[in-house]
Write a protein that binds this ligand. Sequence first.
Ligand SMILES: [Zn+2]
Length: 368
Amino acid sequence: MKHSSMAAFLGFAVLALLLVLPPACGKGERSAVPRPVVGVKLYEAAAPYDSLFGKWRELGINTLFVSETLIRTRDFRARAAAEGLPLFVIFPVFQNPEALKEDPGLAAITAAGTPARDEWVEFVCPAREDYLRRKIDQLKSLVADCDPYAVSLDFIRYFVFWEKVAPDRSPASLPQTCFCPVCLAGFEKEMGIALPSDLTATAEKASWILKTHASEWTEWKCRTIARAVERLAKAAREIKPSVKVNLHAVPWRQDDFGGAVRSVAGQDLPRLAPFVDLISPMCYHHMVRRTPAWVHDVVADISTRTGATVLASTQVSEAYIEQALPPDEFQAAAAEALKPPSIGVVFWSWDALAKSPEKQALLMRLIH
Ligand SMILES: [Zn+2]
């Protein structure tokens, strides 16, 4: 064999070998979540875990979204690894009543000049560098200690109790934040806008900004959230390069409530998509008084706008409203969540599903 043809042969052989070899995997790595994803969100679980994991196997649950407490429970984590269930650790970012109790000065401030609070919803100002650094350190420790398959960034947005926002709600009635001194100074500096010096009360300043510079205000908010998402995602990947990053999205389509997904929540999904591996809208149709078909509408809207991988989450039982969520409606919403381009469904919550054998039976019929 001539040198040139030998070289060509070797080149071909190496190429063929590269094509047939599986990609290198880190310890305990899986290249992708199961398809379709059939996940549950859970925050607490008591040992022993035999019957719990047995039940999940029986139902076809193949992915777990868990709290920091649960993933830090060694036996639970080991059991999930043994069962081959990927763990997404839910990481709340700006919803933080404990931090606010310790330091009330961190609170996000409404247009009325008061701390942003609505029942259990209590938000930290999203522009505090010291707070964000703390969250970054916490996330790094969590990834280092627990080796999660994915981190699931939750409450990474501005304050709003969207779970109680019905379709007839006027955009003007939705809360605007954050008008704390740090945000007002940041907005002025970064957006090149000077507030009139005769405005003294926070409410006056907020009103002036919203009346005269609403689009710059929205841009500032979306930027602030994008920076937080970028930094948290980067921090997680610094510790574990293969970790997936998921973002919990407020389930508002682009034009719902006058574009409130950007102007109120500060979630500019096309801007956030490049920083994350998937986007998971919380399509809890019943609490926001929508139909099951709306679940797919939200997924389609996000997918079209971002090109991101989308994983819909649906609710299992009623919350915030008294009217029951019937089993057939639960099933219909789950079926909508399973429609492409969503890569599966995540149920909020396991506790609710555990209480309903009827809904469990419907789920099995849907996915088996
Ligand atoms: Zn602020």
